[in-house]
Design a protein around this ligand. Structure first.
Ligand SMILES: [Zn+2]
Length: 158
């Protein structure tokens, strides 16, 4: 039993879910797999305390075929704080496999998306493999830090 949760996951940003569905469709007929990262809800302008899933991170060296995607855990950077995972089932079956259940134990929320990768073709599960609700939230995603400089900065560099 966990006595407390560090920070409740309030939901997933609509754009992030759309990204995961599109990436899964592009990867079809192979499985797509990524780690979920979340942002503090107050940074996104929400007045509820918690975290919102805003990022899908692909781990380099992930091998995938039609029935499984394998993450090389040695490739996961130590500073990546992941709240869970997302992967696709090209079969369209939105149910975790035994192998999925074994990996779900780390992280709080795990999304399975399935062919044909439409807006309703996904389900979320908790770390025991029980289906759970995950709200889709309309939030502005923060700009990537990469773009977070001005023309002035660029001129100074040149
Ligand atoms: Zn699976």
């Amino acid at each position: 039993m966990r006595l407390f949760r560090s920070k409740e996951i309030l939901g997933i940003a609509r754009d992030t879910l759309r990204f995961a569905l599109e990436a899964s469709e592009e990867t079809h007929p192979n499985e797509y797999m990524g780690m979920l990262r979340a942002e503090d809800s107050r940074k996104l302008g929400l007045d509820r305390k918690g975290q919102v899933i805003t990022d899908v991170l692909i781990i380099p060296g992930t091998r995938s075929n039609a029935t499984s995607a394998t993450v090389q855990s040695s490739m996961i950077p130590n500073d990546i704080k992941s709240v869970g995972s997302v992967h696709s089932h090209p079969s369209g079956v939105l149910r975790p496999s035994d192998a999925d259940l074994a990996t779900f134990t780390s992280g709080d929320v795990h999304i399975i998306v399935g062919a044909p990768y439409g807006w309703g073709d996904w389900k979320a599960f908790d770390n025991s493999g029980q289906q759970t609700t995950l709200d889709v939230l309309d939030v502005e995603l923060p700009e990537e830090q990469f773009f977070d400089f001005t023309q002035e900065d660029i001129d100074r560099e040149l």
